[in-house]
Every structure is written in C-alpha cells, then in structure tokens.
Design a protein. Structure first.
Length: 174
C-alpha cells in the first residue's frame, strides 16, 4: 500500500517567479560595460528605441539599475499619487544627483559617438532630479524609505533628439 493512496488530486498549481535585479551602488557604473542591442521602431514616439545590456565578468543584465539615496525628503499623499519632495542642492543629495546625471549624460554621449551622430541629448532624469519633485502611484500603506532605484532600460531616438527610458522605483520597507 502506497503512502500516497489517500492523497487528494491537486486542483491548483501555483507558480511563483522571482526576479532579482542587481542595483549598482554609487560609483559602480562603468560605461564600457554597456552593449547596445539592435534598434527597433519605437511604439511610444515616432523614432527608434535601443535596448542595451550591462555586463562584466560577473553578470549580464538587461538595462541598468542605479541606487539613489535622498535625504530630508517629504512625502505628500494626494489620492493615489504620492509626491516626494527633497532639496536637490542639499550637500548629501547633490552628490548622488550629480552621479546619476553624469551616468545619464555619459550614456547619451556614448550612444551619439557609437552612432556617429550629434543629436541633442535630452536629460529627462537630470531635469526630474534637479526639480526636487518625484511623483508615483503608491498605496497609502506603503512605507517608503529614502533609497530609490533608477531603472534605465534603453535609449529613445527621434530625428533630432536622444534620451533615456527611465523609471524611478521607490524602495519600500516591509
């Protein structure tokens, strides 16, 4: 007699997929680790979109995840929108913001150089960070900490301009 003879049939199979993103700490980024992939038609704006991988001897990942630490931030909750305000020129914040904006401009210059172009570099991330305001859709119960993750997934290009496709992710304490 099998120990499984009284087992009931499984009605549901639950699959859980875990993904892990490696976030590069302050000054871990190296422009030489970017590998541009094939240009594709952009579905959001008229132009092209180029994804890239970031790889070194230890890892390969799609895009880049950078750590951004902000100090003295204030959260404002309006309906389902969370507004985060901070002083971009505060000494502690300025160091991180300058690092992130240098990465943004470095990637865009690298892209222009590899494509032998001189398109206007649009610093969307730079403008957002120096404004001192970040807005997101978060639940009211989220416990946001002061460490954010900047996800850079690729480079968009139009006839005259280039810029990064970015997402700012609020890290949440559980």
């Amino acid at each position: 007699m099998s120990i499984y003879s009284n087992a009931k049939p499984v009605k549901y199979i639950i699959a859980i997929y875990l993904t892990m993103n490696i976030v590069l700490s302050h000054n871990d980024f190296n422009i030489e680790n970017i590998n541009l992939l094939k240009k594709r038609n952009n579905t959001v704006i008229e132009g092209t979109f180029t994804k890239f991988t970031y790889s070194n001897e230890n890892l390969t990942m799609n895009g880049i995840y950078l750590q951004l630490v902000l100090y003295n931030m204030v959260l404002h909750q309006v309906d389902r929108i969370t507004a985060l305000t901070f002083q971009p020129y505060d000494k502690q914040n300025l160091e991180y913001i300058q690092y992130i904006t240098n990465v943004e401009m470095g990637i865009l210059k690298y892209y222009n150089k590899l494509n032998d172009s001189n398109k206007k570099m649009v610093g969307i991330l730079t403008n957002k960070l120096y404004s001192g305001n970040i807005r997101s859709k978060l639940s009211k119960s989220s416990k946001i900490n002061n460490i954010l993750t900047i996800k850079i997934s690729g480079i968009w290009e139009t006839t005259n301009e280039i810029g990064l496709a970015v997402k700012i992710i609020h890290n949440v304490d559980f």
